[in-house]
Design a protein around this ligand. Sequence first.
Ligand code: F6R
Length: 259
Amino acid sequence: MHIIIRETHKAMSLEAARAVASLIQRKPSAVIGLATGETPIALYEELIRLHREERLDFSRVTTFNLDEYLGLAALHPGSFHHYMKKRLFDHVNLGKDRIRMLSGRFAADEKDAISRHCEEYEQAIAAAGGIDLQILGIGANGHIGFNEPGSSLGSRTRLVALQKKTQQDNAVFFDDDPDKVPHHAVTMGIGTILEAKSLLVLALGQHKAEIVRKALEGPVTAMVPASALQLHRNAIIILDNEAASLLTRDTDQSLTPPI
Ligand code: F6R
């Protein structure tokens, strides 16, 4: 794991955008895994700026999003489809047929249709040649994607139930009302995520410090899904000072990250 610590959210996001942009410059047909949530918003803003002002070209890039809520229309303001459209897709030259997202159109009891959909998603990732770079945030309960504590470290794309804590944390996208947050979602599995060739993990704020410490310095356990990051041979973790504040390991900031 290569840990990069920056003073501010802005500096962190610039560093993350630099890693994404350098991948696209090296490999214009890169396959990039995307995350939603509050953490990557400034990263997407910087990618849009790089596209507008420095002609960063997304025309051959393929994207796969990590997850989506179940039971929300794509245009629902809380859906990840809506988030991505508003925060990135509408502002860069990604081809529509190269944007892949899990669908939330199912009801939770349509189990067969959901597993077919998830299997097709896995096949689409494989057909694209696998994910070159997966962007990730870390939930305050340690989830990555929507793999809640207890998820198998080998799990694949599937239907999951969301924990109360996740519904509370994500209420900000649902009029601050946890009861409006869906109970189920579809998510890439931890096994799926670990197959990405590289991981770019972002965490910011004091409220993430404890889980960042557990994920990066604690035992690898299904009860802290983000601890699975320790198993990846090419994971870059970008933190702000607050999120890094409880780390005890020496994080050498002088080495250049591998991406
Ligand atoms: C989002 C996702 C989640 C978030 C995590 C952190 O697609 O899969 O794992 O990355 O919940 O969310 P924020 O960034 O809102 O703290």
